[in-house]
Design a binder for this molecule. Sequence first.
Ligand code: FAD
Length: 420
Amino acid sequence: MNWDVLVVGGGSAGLAAAVSAAGLGAKTCLIERHGFAGGMATAALVHSICGLYHLTDGAPGAYANPGFASHFADRLKECGGASGPVRLGRVEVLFHRPVAFAGLADEFLEKAKNLTIKFHSEMIAASPTLDAVEISCRGVRETLTPRTVIDTTGDATVAALCGAGCEMVEPARLQRPAYVCRLEGIPPSALDDSGRLRIARIIAHGVHSKQLPAAALGATFRAIPEDGGLFATINIEDPDGYDPLDPACLTRLEMVGRKLARALMEYLRGQDDGYSSLRVAAHPVRVGVRESRRLVGRVRVETEDLVSGTLPEDTIALATWPMELREKANAVTLRFPEGNRPCGIPLGALRAHQPETLFAAGRCLSSSHEALASLRVIGTCLATGEAAGIAAALVADGEAEPTAAQIANHRDRLLAHEYC
Ligand SMILES: Cc1cc2nc3c(=O)[nH]c(=O)nc-3n(C[C@H](O)[C@H](O)[C@H](O)COP(=O)(O)OP(=O)(O)OC[C@H]3O[C@@H](n4cnc5c(N)ncnc54)[C@H](O)[C@@H]3O)c2cc1C
């Protein structure tokens, strides 16, 4: 089957890419291995959207990226699926309910006229020129012939399968994974600032007295205001060596995550009457992976770009989130840009050297390990996904080298028509 644009991976970036490419009239196909879109923002139960707002010294920050990112955030708030912005120290975030994110994603995907969605399908092979891409659903294989392909797999799987350049930082420095689960049985107020501090103290005591494994120290808790969502995020250190591309490691992480969640709930239930009904209400579909393989594109966003707030001429989106490094399960380092300046993400960071028909967006675009610690957040993934969708649609239509100005024009047009 022939397609103008094939989007592989329906996470935040893939959703934005597919809706934008289809909105421009490109015959678009979205492949996603799960039965819903959103990726980490739904399947891994990540429940806050970062990178939506400009950094400020305290005043509310305006949206950093006009277009799909801010439009999706507004729609999510309108349907009661998100609340905020909420200021947390120097940053602002939008808390969301993963279920609402998936529902709204469905609405956008259903409305898109030129879009075919293939859920429960996985891309498994590709020719070096990407003119033949093989997908599989339950053992039934299909070959697709796209003009352009967007890699929004999070793992740069398309790039790896077609032999385009990829890179991944050494395992010891990879951002640590985390297991996020939904909780029930306590009021949201039990997870306010003082409630979370109290739980942290109880867990520290449990670890100190050897009633809980040391890994429990990587757990944090959060209530999503207004809609009652309660979540535990358990950052995990894999003592046998973390590798997000190794099925043995991913299997260990899933099992360790469930085991830790169970142990934590059991322990907390015994510590206080207020926690006596606390339990895991829902496990994630998959463990949360913060960092994996990335495309080596025409341009690489470097750490220094983020620090100094570089604005290249071909900027297609702005990154505003500080570099949030989580190289250890129970420690986080935030590195803010000088003067709160945003960093421009160049179009070249979304496009492969060869094949030229390959684009990447979201957490597998072309960047350094540290720069990705900013670029990987959902708000930025939505914005880079949209730019990749527009660029790929233009290339499929015969425009060999689309410019950032063209992308901005088309983005404004899509926004004016609400991506229909
Ligand atoms: C524990 C954790 C906490 C986080 N906290 C925050 C936070 O608070 N705020 C924030 O903004 N960000 C946060 N992030 C980061 C953010 O969630 C992700 O970086 C972002 O959602 C990535 O979006 P994406 O679209 O690039 O990739 P993903 O969301 O990973 O989507 C990739 C999609 O591609 C699909 N796919 C992969 N390979 C194939 C294939 N071969 N065939 C078909 N489909 C395929 C996957 O099923 C998936 O749906 C967190 C991440 C983690 C793990």
